[in-house]
Write a protein that binds this ligand. Structure first.
Ligand code: ATP
Length: 422
């Protein structure tokens, strides 16, 4: 092989991966490992245990990519067909490697079992190929160099595949050896409070100028409920130059997006808010209704959050809003539980009871039922108390189903705290 490997495809083999119970997660790990070497995963396919179809998919992948990694289908049974399909496409015969058979036999003997004859299939290796040891299972991997490309066959179980691929990608490993000097560099920018299309509108005129030239930067915009992420990626063999250029580019986008940017270092919004609370020696508590504890769960998902989270109350019913938060029953009768008056009373109630410095209340209609003309599904009222600021209570209308509404509510509450803490 002469030219360095720059592109890859993954083929996940197994009929179970086409059903609704098993997900292909191997390709995520593979993508991450290859990225570190500057090898970009350009595509992935999931194929059932079908020798002809697998051959077709492999043939296509080999025309497009420098490296093809196949996972699964290396077991001892008749439906494990990866070796055979690869042999068909590359025109390579398979023959049994007695050293591998001996190794598999020993594996069984260590457990006091005779090796079933079917396991000899796992010792079949293509002519000229290299067998890859599998310390955690009986099926070895196979590495084939063919026409300036690499084909790698790895077993399906993640605990077997991961150390094997990591070894191939570590210094001196067969994939690392052929990876070339270029690496992929990525920087991140996380925003909240803007829709995906608004983010695109603000940043497209800037990033579109980076697409061409000798060192293009590719931009990916990813939207999740309440959060839009921008990922900037470039390929370079000069570490310092790539980092400086990406940093400059990120700063340009951040300037266009203003205070909607909450992180440029990959931190989540709960982490960002938590770090500010810790820095200022402030404590935090929440009174949640429609989010059912989601806000506090997200806050306490962060390791070390006991430094600032004191706790909270999930008051779903009116009775508990009255009992645990001291909300006036006549207030609930007059304004309803989803109202600015109720959110204000809830946030004051949690502050009095916990003594926390920063307090949040969330009450709303998450749906799918419970909406009315005045308060349709997605109506959420958020109260925030931050020292040095007047009480802030705002009503929001979030789109989407129950899960989306709850997620956006927690995200909005966190963002309001972030902005008020400045
Ligand atoms: P074995 O020798 O264990 O049979 P194999 O290479 O034949 O290995 P498969 O039989 O295809 O692997 O898959 C074994 C198990 O590995 C599957 O039941 C599944 O749980 C897991 N697995 C297979 N492929 C993937 C994948 N792409 N992502 C995540 N898990 C996978």
């Amino acid at each position: 092989m002469t030219a360095p490997l720059t592109t890859a495809e993954v083929i996940a083999v197994g009929s179970e991966l086409l059903g609704s119970t098993r997900l292909d997660t191997n390709s995520l790990f593979i993508s991450d490992q290859l990225r570190r070497l500057g090898i970009e995963l350009k595509g992935k396919s999931v194929v059932g245990d079908d020798r002809v179809r697998l051959g077709d998919v492999l043939g296509d992948a080999l025309r497009r990519a420098d490296l093809v990694v196949l996972t699964g289908g290396l077991g001892p049974t008749d439906d494990d067909l990866t070796r055979e399909a690869v042999g068909d496409v590359l025109g390579l015969e398979l023959s049994e490697d007695p050293a591998i058979t001996a190794g598999i036999r020993q594996r069984f003997e260590r457990r006091g079992l005779p090796m079933p004859e079917v396991n000899r299939r796992q010792a079949m290796v293509h002519r000229g190929a290299r067998s890859l040891p599998n310390p955690h299972g009986s099926a070895p991997g196979i590495l084939i160099a063919t026409g300036g490309k690499l084909v790698v066959l790895l077993p399906g179980p993640p605990r077997e595949l991961q150390p094997m691929l990591a070894a191939l990608c570590a210094e001196g490993g067969a994939i690392a050896e052929h990876a070339g000097r270029e690496r992929l560099y990525t920087v991140l920018l996380f925003t909240t409070g803007l829709s995906e299309s608004r983010v695109e509108e603000l940043v497209q005129p800037i990033y579109s100028t980076w697409r061409d030239g000798t060192e293009p930067i590719s931009t990916t915009i990813l939207a999740t409920p309440g959060q839009v992420e921008i990922h900037l990626t470039m390929r370079s063999s000069d570490d310092a130059h790539a980092k400086e250029r990406l940093e400059r580019s990120r700063a340009q986008l951040a300037a266009a997006l203003g205070d909607c940017v909450f992180a440029t270092d990959g931190r989540s919004l709960p982490q960002v808010v938590g770090d500010v609370l810790r820095e200022r020696h402030l404590t935090f508590a929440a009174a949640e209704s429609c989010t059912g504890g989601l806000l506090l769960q997200r806050m306490t998902d962060v390791a070390g959050s006991s430094d600032y989270v004191t706790g909270g109350v999930i008051a779903y019913s009116n009775e508990l809003k009255i009992q645990l938060l001291g909300v006036d029953s006549s207030l609930l009768d007059t304004h309803g539980a989803v109202s600015e008056a109720a959110a204000a009373a809830m946030v004051d109630g949690i502050r009095e009871r916990t003594g926390a410095d920063v307090c949040v209340s969330i009450t709303g209609v998450a749906g799918p039922g419970g909406g009315s003309e005045a308060k349709p599904v997605g109506t959420v009222v958020i109260g925030v108390r931050v020292p040095g600021h007047p009480l802030s209570v705002q009503t929001h209308r979030f789109p989407g189903g129950r899960e989306m509404v709850r997620l956006q509510s927690s995200q909005m509450a966190l963002d309001r705290v972030r902005r008020m803490l400045g």
